[in-house]
Design a protein around this ligand. Structure first.
Ligand code: BTN
Length: 325
């Protein structure tokens, strides 16, 4: 079904608003005109504006502004990521779905939703996910030791920052996983992994990007520290092409991750980090550590130099910037 729908969309797009007959489409796809009509009906039901006249054929007037797999995959330049996409209008959490299906799914499968009702953030926090954002989870099977799984958070953060920077915005990364523009959060990443003994079976990279929402769509309690791409650029973003660019960039970084020493990615990450050199306060489930952020270890831990000049490595926690002492 998916393949035939895609081929009809492509044929109509290629025709650039000139009519394509049912007969021509049927011949191209090896199906009857009645079947073509059924596919057209299902596309119309999904928001594709297709005009049909019995004499001339079908004309594609407009495509829906949604993250439909057919739209994402048409023109997608990746070889692994997004080759399979599970799309939902509304879910609890794409990460929860990705974790349920990860064992039996191929590497690179994407779970994506227009809205999440139970979006999850780090450290048990909720992640508000209204219409207009990109809420997705990527299933990876890198076959790495569990202790290296957190490196993929840095890989994803770097890919998001790079693609936003390519739009002319000064995106920076706040340890461990916030991508920010002018000090305001535009993206969060939640990495979840399952391991057997020490090898990971899969990693789910959950990525939430505030794209076309207005600031008023973000709850007041976090609004002051948040932003969206639309707010920063002052214009509506084409989410499908943004996502295609992001998946391509993430795939390049993932290939680097698998083929090069991790120091290469770490150096690129450090160059975009706005945490190093800052006075920070990091809260972990058991305590609070304060000091100057002086580095990140190859496993993604933040290195803090404390007031007594000793150094400590923190693998996970909530980081806030403090005033210099
Ligand atoms: C954070 O900054 O706390 C991480 C936020 C991660 C949000 C994304 S949205 C897609 C995926 N599904 C979820 O439930 N969470 C992640």
């Amino acid at each position: 079904m998916g393949d035939k729908r895609s081929r009809i969309i492509k044929a109509l797009k290629d025709a650039q608003k000139s009519p394509v007959s049912g007969e021509e489409l049927g011949l191209k796809l090896g199906i009857s005109r009645t079947m073509v009509w059924k596919y057209i009906k299902s596309l119309q039901a999904d928001g594709y504006e297709i005009e049909s006249s019995p004499k001339r054929g079908y004309v594609l007037k407009s495509v829906p502004q949604l993250l439909y797999p057919e739209e994402i995959q048409m023109g997608l330049k990746t070889t692994l990521l997004g080759k399979k996409i599970q799309y939902f209008e509304e879910v609890t959490s794409t990460n929860s779905i990705a974790k349920e299906i990860a064992a039996s799914e191929e590497e690179g499968t994407l779970v994506i939703a227009e809205v999440q009702k139970g979006g999850r953030g780090r450290m048990g926090r909720e992640w508000i996910s209204p219409h207009g954002g990109i809420w997705m989870s990527v299933i990876l099977k890198p076959g790495i030791p569990l202790r290296h799984a957190s490196r993929l958070t840095l890989v994803a953060g770097l890919a998001v920052a790079n693609v936003i920077r390519s739009m002319g915005l000064d995106a920076r990364i706040k340890w461990p996983n916030d991508v920010r523009i002018n000090g305001k959060k535009v993206c969060g990443i939640l990495t979840e992994a399952k391991a057997e003994v020490d090898r990971v079976d899969y990693v789910v990279l959950g990525i939430g990007i505030n794209v076309n929402m207005d600031l008023k769509d973000i709850p007041e309690s976090i609004r002051a520290g948040s932003t969206t791409l639309k707010t920063e650029l002052g214009k509506h973003i084409k989410r499908v092409s943004f996502l295609q660019d992001f998946l391509f960039e993430l795939e390049q970084q993932y290939i680097n991750f698998k083929t090069q020493p991790f120091s290469h990615i770490l150096n690129d990450w450090l160059a975009l980090s706005d945490t190093i050199g800052k006075e920070v306060k990091v809260t972990t489930p058991s305590r609070i550590i304060e000091g100057k952020a002086v580095g990140v270890t190859p496993d993604g831990a933040l290195v803090i130099r404390k007031a007594d000049d000793t150094k400590e490595e923190i693998i996970a926690g909530r980081c806030i910037y403090a005033r210099p002492r």
